[in-house]
Ligand binder design. Structure first.
Ligand code: SF4
Ligand code: FES
Length: 355
C-alpha cells in the first residue's frame, strides 16, 4: 500500500452539548451524551498522538467547548503537543477570567459564531437570547490581544444582509470573516427548505462579498453554496487526505458530517490515532481516486474535486460512493434542481437539552 501523508488538521469536538438551538446545525441527529464524552486524560492523549502524527492545527469545537470545565487543560495539552489551537465558540460562557486562563495555557486564537447582523436576526436563528453575550465575548478576545475570527452561516434568512454582517465583523474587530453558505447535513437536513436561498439572493450576496473584498481590511472567506453552482466541491480536501475529526465519545471520522454514513468508525479508546489514520477501513474507504465511479473515473477534474462530497452523495442518493449530485455531470444532478426549488417553511430548532 502507498504511504499515506499525515493529517494537517484536526477537529476536536469536545462536546455535543450546546446552549444554542440553530436549525442549520450539521451535528448528527443523535448527539453524544455528556456522560459518554472522553475524559481529560483521554483528550490529552489524543492531542499528544495528534502532534506526533503531524497535526499542526486543531479546532477545539463542539457543540460549545466552553461547557468542558477542563478546557484550559486541553488547550495546554495542544500547546505541549506543538499544535496551533483555535477555540470555536458561540461566546456564551466566556468570561474575562476564563479567557485569561485559556490564554495563559497557550490559546492563540478564537473563532466566534454569530447568526446574523443584529440581535433580532441572530437570535431568530440561535433560538435564544445570545447576541449581547457574543458582542461581549468579541470585546474580551480583542482586549486579550488574540486574533478574532467570525463565522456566519448563511441561508435565505440572512443572505440579503452581507453588508451589515461585514460591518458587524469589522466593528467587533474580526480579522477574518467566514461567510459559510449552509451545507445540508445532520440536523440541517430537516431545515433544508426553510433555509434554502433563491438564486437571486445568492447572486446578490456573491456580488456584495466581491465588492466588500476590494475595500475591507478583514479577510472575507466565502464558502460556496454547492446546490446552485453545478460544481462539486473538493470536500475535506479529499477523504482522509488532510484532516480528521474526533467526536466527543472518541469516534474518529474522516469528515465531521460523516456520522450516518455506513462506515465502521474507529475509536481512540481502541486504536492508536496513527493506525486509524493510515489503516482503518473508514479512512481508506474513499481515499485517493482509485475508487471513483463514472463519470468521475474518466473526468479531468477527478484530482481536483475527488468526486465531490461523500456525505452529500449519501444524503441524496443513499450511496456515499456515487458522484456528488451537486456536479452537473452526475446522473443524479436532477435531485439538486428539485431540492433547491423547494423553498420556505417553518424552522425546526434543536432541542436545548442537546438531543
Ligand atoms: Fe468532479 Fe466527478 Fe463531476 Fe468530474 S464528474 S467534475 S470528477 S464530481
Ligand atoms: Fe462529509 Fe463532504 S461533508 S465528505
Amino acid at each position: 500500500m502507498a504511504a499515506v501523508n499525515p493529517p494537517w488538521a484536526m477537529l476536536a469536538e469536545l462536546t455535543h452539548g450546546c446552549p444554542l438551538r440553530c436549525p442549520y446545525c450539521s451535528n448528527p441527529l443523535e448527539l453524544t451524551a455528556r456522560r459518554a464524552e472522553l475524559t481529560t486524560s483521554q483528550w490529552l492523549d489524543v492531542l499528544t498522538q495528534a502532534g506526533e502524527l503531524g497535526v499542526a492545527h486543531v479546532h477545539l469545537s463542539g457543540g460549545e467547548p466552553l461547557l468542558r470545565r477542563d478546557l484550559t487543560e486541553i488547550v495546554a495539552g495542544a500547546d505541549r503537543a506543538g499544535i496551533y489551537a483555535q477555540l470555536v465558540t458561540s461566546g456564551l460562557g466566556l468570561t474575562r477570567e476564563r479567557l485569561a486562563a485559556l490564554t495563559a495555557a497557550g490559546l492563540p486564537s478564537v473563532q466566534l459564531s454569530v447568526q446574523g447582523a443584529d440581535a433580532a436576526s441572530s437570535e431568530l436563528i440561535a433560538g435564544r437570547r445570545s447576541f449581547a453575550a457574543k458582542e461581549r465575548a468579541a470585546a474580551l478576545v480583542r482586549e486579550a490581544g488574540l486574533p478574532l475570527g467570525l463565522n456566519v452561516v448563511l441561508h435565505r434568512l440572512n443572505l440579503d444582509d452581507i453588508d451589515a454582517i461585514v460591518d458587524l465583523g469589522i466593528a467587533w474587530g474580526a480579522v477574518r470573516i467566514e461567510l459559510a453558505n449552509t451545507q445540508f447535513y445532520g440536523w440541517g437536513l430537516a431545515n433544508r427548505a426553510a433555509l434554502m436561498p433563491t438564486r437571486d439572493q445568492l447572486d446578490r450576496a456573491r456580488e456584495a462579498v466581491e465588492r466588500r473584498r476590494r475595500r475591507t481590511g478583514a479577510e472575507l472567506v466565502w464558502v460556496v453554496p454547492d446546490y446552485f453552482d453545478g460544481v462539486a466541491k473538493p470536500c475535506m480536501g479529499g477523504w482522509g487526505a488532510v484532516s480528521l475529526t474526533v467526536a466527543p465519545d472518541g469516534r474518529v471520522l474522516p469528515c465531521p458530517a460523516a456520522y450516518d454514513l455506513p462506515l465502521d468508525l474507529p475509536n481512540v479508546r481502541d486504536h492508536a490515532l496513527a493506525w486509524i489514520w493510515s489503516e482503518s477501513s473508514a479512512f481508506r474507504a474513499y481515499r485517493g481516486t482509485d475508487w471513483l465511479p463514472e463519470p468521475c473515473a474518466s473526468c479531468a477534474l477527478r484530482e481536483v474535486d475527488f468526486g465531490g462530497c461523500r456525505c452529500q452523495a449519501f444524503a441524496l442518493t443513499g450511496d456515499p460512493g456515487r458522484t456528488d449530485p451537486a456536479c452537473a455531470l452526475s446522473p443524479d444532478h436532477g435531485l439538486i434542481a428539485e431540492l433547491s426549488a423547494r423553498q420556505g417553511g417553518e424552522l425546526v430548532y434543536r432541542d436545548p437539552a442537546g438531543r
